[in-house]
Design a protein around this ligand. Sequence first.
Ligand SMILES: NC(=O)c1ccc[n+]([C@@H]2O[C@H](COP(=O)([O-])OP(=O)(O)OC[C@H]3O[C@@H](n4cnc5c(N)ncnc54)[C@H](OP(=O)(O)O)[C@@H]3O)[C@@H](O)[C@H]2O)c1
Length: 269
Amino acid sequence: MTGPATPAEFTGRRALVTAASKGLGRAVACELVDRGATVAILSRSRENLEAAREFVVEETGADEEALVLASADLHRPAETRGAIEDAIDDLGGLDVLVTNHGGPPVQSIAETSIEEFDEAYAGVLRGTFVVLKAALPAVADGGGSVVNVVSATVREPVPGDVLQNAFRPGIYAVSKALSREYGPEVRVNCVCPRGIVTERLEYKIELLADREGISVEEARQRRAEELATDDLGTPEGFAKAVAFLASEDADFVTGTLVPVDGGWSRGAF
Ligand SMILES: NC(=O)c1ccc[n+]([C@@H]2O[C@H](COP(=O)([O-])OP(=O)(O)OC[C@H]3O[C@@H](n4cnc5c(N)ncnc54)[C@H](OP(=O)(O)O)[C@@H]3O)[C@@H](O)[C@H]2O)c1
């Protein structure tokens, strides 16, 4: 039996997703548009953003107006703040904020200079702080939800990857505190990916192949075997978990982190 069509759950909602011209961020934007939201996507490259808009429009059948493009480099606070303020103006407010950032280079402490450490801090932890600071007042005004993309390594730091080990747990700690500071109007959570096929994962697979002297195919297989699912994940599957956290179905979920890692994490807690 078919009843009257129900409006998509994010109809009338306004969202901002950062680092969203590719990979996980673009998939999240696509999922939110598909569920009825108008979404601002932020990244450095205007060209990548335009390609992302084309992709989302093609995937969802939505109008181009469902997407607002915001170019900024998360390493540059004033530029990022300005782009976010303009995007929120264009959207007419903000109900959902998804913070995401470009992953830092994978390298050990011995391989990392102090300048590289500072650079990664600026892109990951300070960049996320700048986005939260610029966008939270709009989310708080009327209530909404924030989802911060971090990594499964927040709970289980991995050897030889000092830059993400250093800065992503800070995003989780800030997120946890913000859930109390901004609750009950705003829910704030983190989502922890691992093993999801994007350009970033392809880079890591190539790095693994290089370091271990194995083929790219073998390296891909190793990454898949780390998981309980025995198979790598898709950005679309990841995006559904983020959409759940951003939605009213998750209205009692806040101040926590949700792994979307194919069972990579070994810890019970
Ligand atoms: N894929 C996984 O399984 C996985 C696992 C753990 C953690 N993560 C983390 O999740 C995040 C997203 O991962 P992904 O796999 O989707 O990465 P990706 O495919 O490399 O995409 C990264 C996105 O970030 C944007 N970006 C990069 N640097 C930026 C900057 N300084 N300012 C603004 N935008 C920037 C890029 O767009 P432009 O080039 O247009 O700026 C692109 O849209 C990364 O931090 C990654 O390390 C991913």
